[in-house]
Design a binder for this molecule. Structure first.
Ligand SMILES: [Zn+2]
Length: 225
């Protein structure tokens, strides 16, 4: 079985829009009483997976891919949502997003955004963006920690904090990522514990992606043992 790491296609001739959730700054950082790590409360993953929360998202330019990326995870277009639901219903779930226009963003957030991304990019934030959805995936295989060179540095049962030491080579070179093939749960798109929000997929996923002319992703082969 061949597996691939899913990476962002930022756009070749023209840059695709990226997303930014406008409410994340309102979440407070708090130190855990047990391990002392500062965490956003609730943590990003839990926020992102909370289907009840209608998160607010801005887009930073008007060239739209089917898969776009925000500070948290993958976001998909209406078309990609339909294709994924029809082909990979066991692997994917979706959360709602409230798309926000430049004109409706509070000035306090625009000020924060300008500080982070500059005033030129702030002016590019679009009005009336198309609808996108949060893409929710499951853990679908186990990383071969030893072969991949990943170590669990620390973890905390109280705040769910887990820190992995992910070597630089692994981030830059997908061919050094090993997953244990026998642990694959037969999802065509999935996450792997220890690799955060990185998405992995099968050839079947790539073929559906290509047949439907979806945009915004690239694929790099990884190792499976
Ligand atoms: Zn803790």
């Amino acid at each position: 079985m061949e597996f691939y790491r899913v990476i962002v296609d930022a756009g070749k001739r023209k840059r695709y829009a990226c997303g930014c959730f406008t409410e994340i700054t309102e979440y407070k950082r708090r130190a855990c009483a047990v391990c002392g790590k500062e965490r956003v409360t609730p943590n990003y993953d839990k926020m992102f997976e909370d289907k009840a929360w209608n998160m607010k998202l801005l887009l930073d330019r008007n060239y739209y891919a089917d898969f776009i990326f925000s500070q948290v995870r993958g976001i998909v277009s209406e078309k990609a949502k339909k294709v994924l639901s029809e082909n990979f219903s066991n692997a994917v779930d979706f959360g709602d997003i409230e798309m926000v226009s430049q004109r409706d963003i509070p000035s306090s957030f625009l000020k924060y955004y300008r500080g982070m991304c500059g005033s030129k990019n702030t002016k590019l934030i679009v009005n009336d963006p198309p609808q996108y959805y949060r893409l929710l995936l499951k853990k679908g295989a186990v990383l071969d920690f030893i072969r991949s060179g990943v170590k669990k540095v620390s973890s905390c049962k109280v705040c769910d904090y887990v820190e992995y030491d992910i070597p630089f080579e692994l981030i830059g070179d997908s061919s050094r990522i090993y997953i244990t093939g026998s642990t694959w749960e037969h999802y065509d798109l999935f996450n792997v514990e220890g690799m955060g929000n990185t998405m992995f997929c099968t050839e079947r996923f790539i073929s559906v992606y290509n047949v439907n002319n979806l945009t915004g992703l690239m694929f790099q082969p990884i190792q499976s043992v």
